[in-house]
Design a protein around this ligand. Sequence first.
Ligand SMILES: [Zn+2]
Length: 99
Amino acid sequence: MERTWRLDDGERVRTITGVRRPDWQGMTDPCPDCGARAFRHVATSGGRYECVDGVVTRRTDYWDAGADLLTQCLDCDAVLYKHPAFELCVAILDGAVKW
Ligand SMILES: [Zn+2]
């Protein structure tokens, strides 16, 4: 399933897409298009951070904010999962979108 969203920041209208393949459940499954088992994967990580005695500590036991952003087959480049925020993150990092 692919779904698109229109974003209007007042200067430009941009379309972002999200992909969720119903024939692929996760990285224990082979690529449904070519059968490969190697993937390009991008994810976020985060959580609660505290500074104690000058040392920054991440407490994943308290709150973990990880999320998958993209999974793509390394052999055939099929996009198996793409969070809609992935395109926006890349556009911001590339400077195509200012914020
Ligand atoms: Zn593949």
